[in-house]
Ligand binder design. Structure first.
Ligand code: TMP
Length: 236
């Protein structure tokens, strides 16, 4: 597979064309942003860790029956994925109150929900990814009702698999963000990444934060948190 021209550069990844029109190459960067790009920095080694961790999770989820865009890991930072058209929704599942939920609803972080929650943000940087509901998503033609139903089912399945997996590693899966895409035949698959950038991970014993909140909130030891999560997930 040949790496061709760059198609897109996002905040954390670059995307390249390949000689197969159905396959793209994703390259993970060490760049970190928060608050819709207002805060900028570098987390040394992050790109390689997020690439490896994402690919591990995608393969685990495929085994559990969740279709994904994953094709093949090429190197530390580069992975081949199926070309999709991204559904412009950030799909957020929460098991424990934290972050924007706590702020919006005026509750402390750490309330364990009896059932997971799901919410959607409209993926639109100019608007700051506003929170919307499924009716808004359909009204804006971001997705059809059938697609919303599929996305919901898959997102809760991802939560079941990941929550159990991380529990075994001594990590509470607080919340996470997923993105989905459509293959050329319309099939919905899980896309983007699953990493300490896109999940909140708390150590089950100490409740130490092992994710990007260390960067967002200037808590220090950012790199160590990513290395620790890589160690627990990949055993290295
Ligand atoms: P939030 O509490 O800030 O809404 O974040 C919920 C989850 O989504 C958290 O695990 C971090 C992740 N997330 C992203 O992956 N990208 C984003 O742009 C934001 C705001 C959150």
């Amino acid at each position: 597979m040949e790496k061709l021209n760059q198609l897109y550069e996002g905040k954390a990844k670059k995307v390249f064309a390949t000689d197969d029109p159905e396959v793209l190459l994703v390259s993970y960067k060490d760049d970190a942003t928060a608050f819709n790009g207002l805060k900028k920095g570098t987390i040394s080694g992050k790109g390689a860790i997020n690439n490896r961790v994402t690919n591990f999770m995608m393969q685990l989820l495929e085994k559990e029956g969740v279709p994904t865009h994953y094709v093949k890991e090429l190197s530390d930072r580069e992975t081949l994925v199926k070309k999709v058209s991204i559904v412009p929704l950030e799909v957020i599942i929460r098991n424990i109150s934290a972050g924007s939920f706590s702020k919006r609803c005026g509750v402390e972080e750490g309330i364990v929900f009896e059932q997971p929650t799901i919410e959607f943000s409209y993926k639109n940087d100019e608007l700051g990814d506003p929170l919307i509901n499924a009716y808004h998503a359909v009204a804006l033609k971001l997705a059809t009702w059938d697609e919303i139903e599929t996305i919901k089912k898959l997102a809760f399945k991802v939560n079941d698999v990941m929550k159990a997996y991380f529990k075994n590693l001594g990590v509470d899966l607080v919340d996470f963000k997923l993105e989905f895409g459509r293959l050329s035949d319309g099939t919905i698959v899980l896309a983007d990444e699953i990493s300490p950038d896109t999940c909140r991970f708390w150590d089950s014993e100490t409740h130490e934060k092992l994710d990007k909140d260390r960067f967002r909130r200037d808590l220090g030891n950012v790199e160590d948190a990513y290395i620790e999560m890589k160690k627990r997930i990949l055993g290295e």
